[in-house]
Design a protein around this ligand. Structure first.
Ligand code: M6R
Length: 612
């Protein structure tokens, strides 16, 4: 959702800004714009549509300024249009602003500003920001170096909602200001230059040294410096952190799409996420956690919370924690959990999963649990992301940057990390110790087994060509396989726009079977030996009603009744989702390609959902 880029240095800013916006395209957007400080004042070039449309704007090639801000907008307040695109200026054209997030009290502030003579030309909440800054700026008679910063701080202290803001001012042609609250923003430090972005990959090719911002930290940037202030403008010390991702990890590296590349990166993502947490003969250890038996025994309930795919990974975590640790575990969707008065207290452990670490609902649910006295663990793929700074403890998947909107390697990395976490808990609690060493051996074999599963790619591509025009596709499974059915169905609808539902196979007869008619495709996942026969019976019921079936299994089953079957390597049911989802990721991918769709940037979706 909305992307921000900024540059202040010695090079021409506009190409750097546009390049950064292109790298943020995956976040989802409908319009784009840049603003630079030129000799004659502030320039703004913006339009609805793709970032590359900016090149068609008259005069963009002539921009010389080496300070600038840029934005991709995902419409919330006001339709996608040139007027509503960012950057926005104040009435006097002194300030130019880009903003991610939502200003919840913008109607009230708009009225206040209108009453004070300000006019508005867009339907956005953002346009109040430069005008409010101007309001405070015009009231300040002290023309010192910090006047711009003071006006910005006063304006931001009036904002309610979430925001990441960059602002430039024509009276301060060597500075830029930024701030964030509940919306991502990082500063990349270069040699005599600073880069700003809502996401690390957009500026990874320029620097690996980043300042990570906390809420309400104001940054005064010059070419050579970054000065940090708290909300009262007291100076703060901050050091850079080095990000280990390499530049190539944010490139396609010869793959047609990021999604395909990320599917094929899964052996390595899993290897990196397992890291050195255990080997065949050692106990699991997390450097970031140092839990004792007393500490863990104090919890009578665990919640696992996330959205979309992250929540689906949580279902595999629940399966592992309940079976291995015997602790009652509930999984919930963050947007539901936060509004349902959950029963959480100091004896509850809450685990939050978010690839980006910036999902608004997940962060809000985390804050709620902290208020209620629960202990919190964040699982994220992005070091220093908001969720990791809020939680009591943070552990990381090491999947590398995930650019495609449809999550693949982040999901499998989350599943493996949750299962390792469950083993870690069980070892501390001294439960199920025999089962644990077998499971650990299986986890260590996963990278090779994922490689073997990826070998199914061309068969799945050929099958996908036979079903890409379907209107509805159903996914069935039982137990752990039902969690994969959910994720497979989500993947398909996200990138192929085919209507799809997933069901617990045993639920079919209670309603959904009414939807099955001649020619409908049903995907069955069957990896749990205890449940295979039961799922086969359910598949027989749909076959009898004319369904076409695609089966994913690691069991020796009579394949004569199915239209298409793929065999994946056998493994422990705790980690089987990591293998059984791969054919479904490929299935969705190839259907989307066959339909000629934009696999990496599906319509209406954003990679990082930073508003609720
Ligand atoms: O960054 P997060 O893991 O918090 O994102 C959560 C969901 O928005 C995300 O998993 C979404 O469902 C994906 N597009 C699924 O492919």
């Amino acid at each position: 959702m909305c992307g921000i880029v900024g540059y202040i240095g010695t090079q021409k800013a506009s190409p750097i800004l546009i390049n950064g916006l292109i790298r943020l395209e995956y976040r989802g957007y409908d319009s784009a714009g840049i603003s630079t400080i030129e000799k004659y004042g502030i320039s703004i070039m913006k339009d609805k549509g793709r970032v590359k449309n900016l090149y068609n704007i008259n005069g963009i090639e002539q921009l010389e300024g080496n300070i600038g801000i840029a934005h991709t907008r995902w419409a919330t307040h006001g339709k996608p249009s040139k007027e509503n695109s960012h950057p926005h200026m104040d009435n006097s054209k002194t300030f130019s602003v880009v903003h991610n997030g939502i200003i919840e009290n913008y109607n009230e502030l708009k009225k206040f500003l209108s009453d004070n003579g300000y006019h508005f030309y867009s339907q956005t909440d953002t346009e109040i920001i430069p005008n409010l800054v101007h309001y405070y700026y015009s009231k300040d008679n002290n023309n010192d170096d910090l006047k711009f910063l003071r006006a910005f701080k006063n304006a931001c202290n009036k904002l309610i909602g979430s925001f990441a803001i960059e602002i430039i001012c024509k009276d301060y042609p060597n500075n830029m200001l930024v701030v964030r609250k509940d919306s991502p923003l990082v500063i990349g430090k270069g040699e005599n230059e600073n880069y700003i972005s809502s996401d690390i990959p957009a500026i990874l090719s320029f620097t690996r040294n980043f300042y990570l911002l906390n809420d309400f930290e104001f940054v005064l940037l010059s070419r050579t410096d970054a000065k940090f202030y708290d909300k009262n403008l007291e100076p703060i010390n901050k050091n850079t952190q080095t990000i280990e991702w390499n530049t190539a990890s944010a490139e396609k590296e010869g793959f047609e799409d990021y999604m395909l590349k990320e599917i094929f990166e899964q052996p390595n993502a899993i290897r990196e996420t397992i890291g050195a947490k255990f080997n065949e003969n050692s106990k699991c250890e997390f450097d970031e956690l140092n839990f004792s038996k007393d500490f863990l025994s104090d919890f009578n309930k665990i919640f696992i919370i996330g959205c979309g795919t992250a929540m689906h990974a949580g279902l595999a975590g629940k399966n592992a924690i309940e079976k291995l640790c015997k602790i009652n575990t509930e999984v919930d969707i963050a947007s539901e959990f936060r509004y349902r008065a959950p029963l959480v207290n100091e004896h509850t452990l809450c685990i939050f999963i978010s690839q980006s670490g910036e999902t608004a609902d997940t962060i809000a649910a985390l804050k709620l649990c902290k208020e209620k006295g629960a202990k919190t663990i964040a699982i994220s793929n992005v070091i220093g992301s908001s969720i990791t700074r809020e939680a009591d403890y943070s552990i990381y998947t090491h999947a590398g940057p995930e650019i495609a909107v449809a999550s693949t390697k982040a999901y499998t990395s989350q599943v493996v990390l949750l299962v390792i976490l469950a083993i870690y808990f069980a070892e501390i609690l001294e439960i199920n110790t025999n089962e644990l060493s077998l499971l650990k051996k299986e986890i260590l074999k996963l990278p090779k087994k994922i490689e073997d599963t990826l070998d199914l790619s061309s068969r799945i591509r050929d099958f996908s060509k036979t079903v890409y025009q379907e209107k509805d596709i159903f996914f069935l499974g039982r137990g752990i396989d039902e969690t994969v059915a959910k994720e497979g169905s989500l993947k398909l609808k996200e990138i192929s726009y085919i209507h799809s539902e997933s069901y617990a196979a045993g639920e079919l007869k209670h309603g959904p079977i009414a939807l099955i008619e001649n020619g409908v495709t049903v995907v069955g996942i069957m990896t749990d030996p205890k449940l295979v026969e039961k799922t086969i019976s359910n598949l027989q019921e749909v076959i009898t009603r004319g369904a076409k079936t695609f089966v994913i299994t690691n069991q020796q089953v009579d394949n004569s009744m199915f239209d298409f079957i793929v065999y994946i390597p056998e493994t422990s049911p705790f980690i089987s989702p990591i293998l059984s989802i791969i054919p479904l990721q490929l299935f969705s991918y190839y259907i989307s390609k066959e339909k000629g769709l934009d696999v990496d940037k599906p319509r209406n979706l954003a990679k990082s959902v930073t508003v609720e």
